[in-house]
Design a protein around this ligand. Structure first.
Ligand SMILES: Cc1cc2nc3c(=O)[nH]c(=O)nc-3n(C[C@H](O)[C@H](O)[C@H](O)COP(=O)(O)OP(=O)(O)OC[C@H]3O[C@@H](n4cnc5c(N)ncnc54)[C@H](O)[C@@H]3O)c2cc1C
Length: 459
């Protein structure tokens, strides 16, 4: 029987779209997401298992998709493949305010969990700009990081347990709700960051944290990243308030955002080599604002702060955050230009940015990268100011400039977006060879038929 009729016969109650329906819908962040022959949206874990078995028995590639906000091409599909859309598994099954644990299905969006947890004065402890669409299953599968990772860790550190359907249809069930379990290999970590190559995550147990009563925002101009890190250290050691965000924007990126968002000059302190968006939580908004003002004043001279403003309204705070979060403006200005996501060890940020700016200029005098990111954990996002796609050889040369020496220095060529398709070649050239061998062996053991998201991460 042809693919679509057999899928409908095997999963009579699931939503199923064919290629024509896929072509008429929004594929999400990556235009390649809807290249498959069919999309199936199971309603529960049993239907996920039935779909996995269906595909495994026929050797059909299966690609899991959540919110389709991934930035590494991990959810891209092609003809002959089937998408497993987790949108039907969208229930928050439990939030226990006493133990601060949530049990959620994989298709729940981060935003929905944030809202539900807030009803109990709690928060998932992880945040990113794509919160309205990104799902917990997708975030687990890419080991998402985001704005609060410097304090709370990445998704890997928030997951207590998880459940996943294996390529042979069996259920890997480790829904531990406790922090401590030292019972042999902690296999759930294999699925965290696997980008759907080892199985389909269906349910997750997550830690929740208490939320601060209110938070204040400041935009601070500094001469360099070292000054910005000095400010971060100061607030991290503060006992009266809690640092919740520290995002850095180099001038070239900040200027593009200012122009794209039509911010009048002088409306915000934007004229400095680096800008820092700071978030500080405290019991009340007054306490948070006062802690930000007092803290900045105390180190103003010592750190060489160029300019700074503590937001006096929610609107002003939102305007500061838009400068950092509306990164879609880069794609508007430079469609398909390559972008990168690296981790640089603390203390080496200024030297790294100076090195890559010089290295890229050597490749092409017009290259002036947009650099911004999560300052406190050294995760920088870099986009090029050219029209994409760039030829393959040039792309490799750019990667060599950006990734050279990173691993040896203790950093990473892929910080939080994953490997997907975009960094497949970089993975072969820049990841540790022993690690790559082990990863391949694990993939072959768990997915011998190479059914789960083939061609991604390990190949
Ligand atoms: C504006 C914007 C801001 C962003 N900011 C950040 C940020 O600060 N930090 C950060 O880390 N990321 C960020 N991202 C990237 C993205 O939001 C994350 O990678 C997110 O984790 C992807 O979730 P998703 O549900 O959209 O996954 P998708 O894009 O649908 O899928 C991503 C990968 O996970 C796999 N997958 C999805 N669901 C499952 C599942 N249930 N089981 C197994 N595999 C699955 C897919 O096959 C694919 O390989 C941002 C993206 C955008 C568009």
């Amino acid at each position: 029987m042809a693919l679509l009729p057999s899928l409908r016969a095997a999963l009579p109650n699931a939503t199923i779209w064919d290629a024509a329906e896929l072509a008429s819908r929004d594929p999400g962040f990556d235009t390649r997401n809807f290249g498959a022959s069919a999309l199936v949206r199971p309603r529960d874990v049993e239907e996920v298992a039935a779909l996995v078995k269906f595909c495994s028995e026929r050797g059909i590639s299966l690609v899991a998709q959540g919110g389709r906000t991934g930035l590494a091409g991990g959810a891209a599909t092609s003809q002959g493949q089937v998408i497993c859309d987790l949108g039907g598994l969208n229930r928050i099954e439990d939030i226990d305010p006493f133990t601060r644990v949530a049990i959620v299905q994989a298709g729940v969006t981060l935003g929905a969990l944030q809202e539900a947890a807030a009803q109990h004065g709690l928060d998932p402890g992880i945040d990113l700009a794509a919160r309205g669409s990104a799902t917990i299953g997708g975030m687990v599968s890419t080991n998402a990081g985001g704005i609060m990772a410097f304090r709370n860790g990445t998704m890997r550190h928030r997951v207590l347990g998880l459940e996943a359907v294996l390529p042979d249809g069996r259920l890997f069930c480790d829904l531990t709700r406790v922090l401590k379990t030292s019972a042999g290999y902690d296999l759930k970590h294999l699925f965290i960051g696997a980008e759907g190559t080892l199985g389909i995550v269906t349910r997750v147990a997550l830690r929740l944290d208490p939320v601060a009563g209110a938070s204040a925002t400041a935009l601070v101009g500094v001469p360099n990243a070292a000054s910005a890190q000095h400010i971060v250290r100061h607030f991290l050691t503060s006992t009266s308030a809690r640092l919740t965000a520290a995002e850095i924007l180099w001038r070239n990126f900040a200027s593009l955002m200012q122009r794209s968002l039509n911010y009048a000059s002088g409306s915000l302190p934007l004229d400095a080599p680096c800008l820092l968006v700071l978030g500080l939580g405290a019991d009340s908004i007054e306490a948070a604002r006062s802690a930000l003002e007092g803290g900045l004043a105390a180190i103003w001279e010592e750190v060489g702060i160029v300019d700074g403003l503590v937001a006096s309204s929610e609107g002003q705070a939102a305007a500061m955050w838009r400068l950092r979060e509306e990164t879609v403006e880069i794609e508007r200005a430079h469609p398909m230009a390559p972008s990168f996501d690296v981790s640089v060890p603390a203390g080496a940020l200024d030297a790294y940015v100076a090195r890559i700016e010089a290295g890229l200029k050597k490749l092409d005098a017009s290259y002036a990268p947009y650099v911004y990111g999560h300052l406190a954990d050294g995760n920088l996002h870099i986009s090029l100011n050219c029209e994409g796609p760039v030829p393959h050889e040039r792309h490799e040369a750019i990667e060599d400039v950006l990734y050279e020496g990173l691993r040896e220095a203790g950093g990473s060529f892929s910080a939080e977006h994953g490997v997907g398709l975009e960094k497949r070649e970089a993975y072969e050239r820049h990841a540790d060879p022993v690690k790559r061998d082990l990863a391949k062996a694990i993939k072959e053991l768990i997915d011998p038929g190479n059914v789960m998201n083939p061609g991604k991460v390990v190949g």
